[in-house]
Design a protein around this ligand. Structure first.
Ligand SMILES: [Zn+2]
Length: 558
């Protein structure tokens, strides 16, 4: 009898332990329940709960099921709110945005008078000799759609050098003081890939285009480490507050990379950074020796790309075309890099495992870039573009080049808001034929290629919902033009969302850790106040972010 009892107790104990091991919920950090969650997985599934442990997603599915399986220290009831995979901006400039937040922000200005008033105001609060810097003017938004002159600024700024970049960064407006300090006068020769705009007597007017901007740029006192740190934090916090969880930072140097690392070590970096090194420069030469930096500190920073420039921009007529500008006969734009030089960079990048990201706007610049990529990629035996080289902007393509992206496995990285910002004047620049290859998202998607979407901030707003709205409507925020500008090129809402999540993650080699809401991926989410897949189209751009989560950590909360 005693023996029987001992056996019975042993069996009961085993059953209890077995029961506990299987039935006791697993302890985790956070459970998000009752959400409207777009996973962006291969089936575009919608679920209502996510389980998070540490920096990772450990479960995705139904709220009641996950509540049984997991015991969470923190439960967040989403009350039906929409959750997206953490949004990614596939092309932007963090330090530039920080500068925009600190310097004069001229975006949206409608006249030179307005700008002069802003400059005068800033000078009142500055010391004699201080540089007055700003960015964002666009002569296309003025009544007189011409480049402005230095004299307009001179009236209020005889003692302070003033230097104001155009919205696209590809032209700048200087006052006389700034030109004097830079030693620019009638005798100064144009630099290659740049232009000093002059009046009919050869006197510089105050406008510098593309590489000529460097004449002044190089004499502006450099930013201190503290300046850079402050600006990066300022811009990254803005990104987090607008729902971004990662930015592809296009063009960084060693100093900036070191400061990113410091901020990550100190826990002050709210979002992930995927950085492309600015070419040319010492940073690129150093990284060619050391090789890429991949997934520093739980994937907060990756440096495995190099950023090249093939041409300028459309607004300042610096983009390189096969034929002349429709509104500027004789001008075909500028290429900023020789083919031979680019071939060398591509060979080096291929050897060391770097992704090449090349800025190309005009049809000629895109064509040359694809030619050189094709040649370099063919050097590899498997002829696959495993380096996932990218063309940045892809703004105007000649018809023959549209299918080459898919064929060469080259990724198009495009900015939906550029289309809706440029649509008023783009056709004046390139005429009624070439415009069909401009911002041609649908034509590219139809070839089977996937688009990485971004904003190119500070050129455009950081807000990714502006980009999603532009992508699906091709309208400005007043709904103009009706039906959309060349509406046959629109993206669907799901495509637009994929381009800011899954496809952007692929463009950063992160498809196994980011871009969708699936078990085993980083816990990066954007929680918003409306259902952008089902709401009225014209409500997409006013979406407000409720919460941004990066690596399981809440980095922004409304
Ligand atoms: Zn850019």
């Amino acid at each position: 009898m005693k023996k029987f009892l001992i056996s019975l107790i042993a069996v009961l104990l085993i059953i209890i332990v077995y029961f506990l091991m299987n039935k006791s919920p697993r302890e985790i950090d956070t459970l998000l329940i009752n959400g409207n969650i777009y996973t962006c997985d291969s089936k575009n599934s919608i679920v209502d709960a996510i389980a998070i442990q540490g920096t990772m997603i450990v479960g995705v599915g139904k709220s009641d099921k996950l509540s049984e399986v997991f015991f969470a220290r923190q439960v967040i009831d989403l009350k039906g709110k929409t959750v997206l995979p953490g949004l990614v901006d596939g092309h932007a400039h963090i330090l530039g945005e920080g500068g925009k937040l600190e310097n004069l922000d001229l975006s949206g200005t409608t006249s030179t008078e307005q700008i002069v008033m802003m400059v005068a105001e800033r000078i009142k609060n500055s010391k004699k000799g201080d540089w007055i810097l700003g960015r964002g003017w666009d002569q296309n938004s003025w009544q007189i759609k011409e480049f402005p002159k230095k004299e307009i600024l001179d009236k209020v700024s005889s003692d302070n050098p003033v230097f104001l970049r155009r919205v696209d960064g590809h032209a700048a407006w200087a006052n006389t003081k700034a030109l004097q300090l830079a030693g620019i006068d009638a005798s100064t020769k144009d630099t290659s890939g740049g232009k000093i705009v002059r009046d009919k007597n050869g006197t510089p007017t105050g406008i510098l285009v593309d590489n000529a901007i460097e004449f002044v740029n190089k004499i502006i006192p450099p930013l201190s480490n503290e300046d850079i740190e402050r600006r990066l934090v300022l811009a990254m916090n803005e990104c987090a507050s607008l729902g971004l969880t990662e930015v592809h930072d296009m063009g960084v140097d060693e100093k900036t990379i070191q400061i990113y690392k410091k901020l990550i070590d100190e826990g002050r970096c709210p979002i992930r950074i995927y950085a492309a090194i600015d070419y040319p420069g010492d940073t690129w030469n150093q990284f060619l020796k050391s090789g890429p930096l991949i997934a520093y500190k739980d994937g907060m920073l990756t440096v495995r790309a190099v950023k090249l420039y093939m041409d300028g921009a459309l607004g300042s007529r610096g983009a390189a075309f096969f034929e002349e500008y429709t509104d500027d006969p004789g001008n075909r734009g500028l290429t900023l890099m020789s083919e031979k030089e680019m071939e060398t960079v591509c060979r080096n990048a291929l050897e060391k495992g770097f992704q090449v990201c090349t800025h190309a706007i005009g049809d000629r610049a895109n064509s040359i870039t694809l030619d050189i990529y094709g040649k370099a990629i063919a050097l590899k035996k498997d002829r696959q573009n495993q380096e996932r080289w990218r063309v940045e902007h892809v703004q105007v393509l000649s018809p023959n080049d549209i299918q080459r992206f898919k064929k060469l496995n080259v990724l198009p990285s495009m900015q939906p808001t550029h289309a809706t910002s440029d649509m008023e004047w783009a056709e004046n620049r390139i005429g009624p034929d070439r415009i069909h290859g401009a911002y041609a998202w649908r034509s590219i998607l139809n070839t089977g290629a996937e688009i990485i979407s971004g904003s190119d901030f500070p050129v455009e707003s950081v807000n990714p919902f502006y980009g999603l709205y532009s992508a699906v409507t091709r309208q400005d925020q007043n709904g103009v033009p009706q039906g959309g500008w060349y509406p046959e090129q629109k993206m669907s809402r799901v495509e637009a969302l994929n381009s800011f999540t899954r496809w952007a993650a692929y463009g950063a080699f992160q498809e196994n850790s980011k871009g969708t809401i699936e078990t085993g991926k980083w816990a990066d989410f954007t929680i918003i106040d409306r259902d952008i897949i089902r709401c009225n189209e014209n409500e997409i751009y006013s979406t407000k972010v409720e919460m941004t989560i990066v690596g399981g950590k809440i980095v922004y909360k409304k």
